[in-house]
Design a protein around this ligand. Structure first.
Ligand SMILES: Cc1ncc(COP(=O)(O)O)c(C=O)c1O
Length: 431
C-alpha cells in the first residue's frame, strides 16, 4: 500500500476527535431509530436563523452584483470599509482606540487563529492554554510546528489558574491562548483574573528576545447571561490581540467571517500586522469572503436573540439538576461541561488522561468514566461528547444550540443514564 497522505495527517485521522466520533455514532443511531428520536448535543452549530439584516443585505447585494470585480479578489486584510466599521465597533467593545489598520478580516475565528500562529510560531514553540479547551486549538498550533500546552483550570469552578500558567511558562512559550466565554465550560473570566494574567505575562516577558503574546479567542463574547461582564483584553497588555467572529452572533458560521484586532499599544505593530496580512494571503485564504464582509458591515451590532439561548440553558440546567448531575452553571456560550455522575474521584485522578481507572487508586476501580457515561447516554438516544475530548476526563460536554423541545425531550434519558451510572459506580454522590 502506498502512503498517500503524510504521517501526521494519517495519525490525526486515526485518532478522530471525540466530537467526530460521537457525531458519527449519532448518524448511525439516527438511521436506526429516526432523527426525531435522537437528542444530539454534540455539535456547536448554531441553529437560529441569521439576523434579519443579513437577508435584507443579501437581497440588496443581489441587485448590485452585475458589475466588473464586484466579486473579484479583494485586499488581503479585508475591505477598507469593513475594517473601518469593525475598528469603530471593536474600539467601543474593547475600550481602546482602534484604527482600521489594527483590524484584519479573517475566515472566521478559526482562520484568524491559524493566521496568528503562522505569523508568530517557530517549530517547537509552545502555546499555553487553560484546560479543558476547544480541541481544534491543538491542530491550529500544530499546523505550524508548535506545541499546545494545556494547563488545568481551577477545580471545581474552571476559573483561570494564573499560578499554574506561570509554572508552565518556558523559554519556548510564545503565546497564551484564552477563550472566554469558554467552550466547553461556559465560564467567563473575570477582570481581576485577566489583569493577573496580563501582569504575569508582563513580568515573564521582561528581557526576552521575543514577546509572549496573549491571544483572546472570543467568538462567544456577545453570549453572556445574567448581566455577566466579559472584560476586554486589549487594554490590559500590549502584546495582546482579540480574535472573534460572526459565526454565532449573527448565525453566520458557514460564511466564514471573523477578525483579529491588535492592541494599539503593541510595539512594532506595523511589522506584526504586515505578518498577519501576509499569512492571511499565503495560507490560501487570500481574503475573507466578500459577501460575508458586506453582510457584517451592514449587520454589525445586531445579534441573534440571547434570550433564546438563556432559556435553553435554564431548561438544560433544570434537567441536569433533576437527574442529580453536577455542573458549573454556564455564564456564557452555549455549552455545559458537567461531571460524570457516579462515584466521585479526586480531581487529580480525573485529569490523568490515558490512565485506566484501575490505576487511579483503590477506590476508583468501579467508577463509570466519561466514555462509558456517554455510552450510557447514547443507549438512551442522548448524544454527548466525553470530557477527555477537551483534555479533561471525568466530565462530558453538551451543546444547547438546538430547539428547547429537544432539550426537554432528553430529560428522561439523562435521568436513566445517571441512575445507571450511580448503580454501576460505587458510593454515588452528587451535590
Ligand atoms: C472556542 C472556539 N473558537 C473558535 C471557533 C471557530 O469559530 P469560527 O466559526 O469563527 O471559525 C469555535 C467554533 O465552534 C469555538 O468554539
Amino acid at each position: 500500500m502506498m502512503q498517500v497522505i503524510s504521517t501526521n495527517i494519517g495519525n490525526i485521522l486515526q485518532n478522530a476527535s471525540w466530537i467526530r466520533r460521537m457525531f458519527e455514532a449519532g448518524i448511525e443511531l439516527k438511521q436506526k431509530h429516526g432523527a426525531d428520536k435522537v437528542c444530539d448535543f454534540t455539535l456547536g452549530n448554531p441553529d437560529l436563523p441569521p439576523v434579519p439584516e443579513v437577508g435584507r443585505t443579501l437581497r440588496r447585494l443581489a441587485d448590485t452584483v452585475d458589475q466588473p470585480l464586484s466579486l473579484g479578489y479583494m485586499p488581503n486584510a479585508g475591505l477598507a470599509s469593513t475594517r473601518q466599521r469593525l475598528a469603530e465597533y471593536l474600539a467601543e467593545e474593547q475600550q481602546v482606540p482602534l484604527t482600521a489598520q489594527q483590524v484584519i478580516v479573517t475566515c472566521g475565528a478559526a482562520g484568524g487563529l491559524n493566521v496568528i500562529f503562522r505569523t508568530i510560531l517557530e517549530p517547537g514553540d509552545e502555546v499555553i492554554c487553560p484546560s479543558p479547551y476547544f480541541v481544534e486549538y491543538g491542530f491550529y498550533v500544530g499546523n505550524y510546528g508548535g506545541k499546545l500546552v494545556p494547563v488545568p483550570s481551577k477545580a471545581p469552578t474552571f476559573a483561570l489558574d494564573v499560578k499554574a500558567i506561570e509554572a508552565a511558562i518556558t523559554d519556548k512559550t510564545r503565546a497564551v491562548l484564552i477563550d472566554s466565554p469558554n467552550n466547553p465550560t461556559g465560564v467567563v473570566y473575570k477582570r481581576d483574573e485577566l489583569a493577573a494574567l496580563a501582569a504575569l505575562l508582563t513580568r515573564a516577558g521582561k528581557g526576552r528576545e521575543k514577546p509572549i503574546y496573549l491571544v483572546s479567542d472570543e467568538p462567544y463574547r456577545f453570549l453572556a447571561y445574567d448581566g455577566v461582564e466579559v472584560p476586554p483584553i486589549l487594554p490590559l497588555y500590549p502584546f495582546s490581540m482579540a480574535v472573534g467572529s460572526f459565526s454565532k452572533s449573527l448565525s453566520l458560521a458557514g460564511e466564514r467571517i471573523g477578525y483579529i484586532a491588535v492592541s494599539p499599544s503593541m510595539p512594532q505593530a506595523d511589522s506584526f500586522l504586515a505578518g498577519l496580512i501576509l499569512c492571511n494571503r499565503i495560507l490560501g485564504y487570500v481574503n475573507a469572503p466578500v459577501i460575508g464582509q458586506r453582510l457584517v458591515e451592514a449587520a454589525l451590532g445586531a445579534t441573534v436573540d440571547v434570550g433564546i439561548y438563556k432559556r435553553r440553558r435554564d431548561a438544560m440546567a433544570g434537567i441536569l439538576r433533576d437527574a442529580g448531575i453536577e455542573f458549573v452553571l454556564p455564564q456564557g456560550a452555549f455549552y455545559f461541561f458537567p461531571k460524570v455522575p457516579g462515584k466521585v474521584r479526586s480531581p487529580d485522578d480525573a485529569r490523568v488522561e490515558g490512565v485506566p481507572p484501575s490505576n487511579r487508586g483503590p477506590d476508583a476501580r468501579d467508577t463509570v468514566d466519561d466514555v462509558q457515561f456517554c455510552q450510557l447516554l447514547a443507549d438512551e438516544l442522548v448524544l454527548a461528547v466525553p470530557g477527555r475530548g477537551f483534555g479533561l476526563p471525568g466530565y462530558f460536554r453538551l451543546t444547547y444550540c438546538m430547539d428547547e423541545a429537544i432539550i426537554r425531550r432528553a430529560a428522561q434519558g439523562f435521568q436513566k443514564a445517571a441512575d445507571r451510572a450511580r448503580t454501576l459506580g460505587v458510593g454515588s454522590q452528587t451535590r
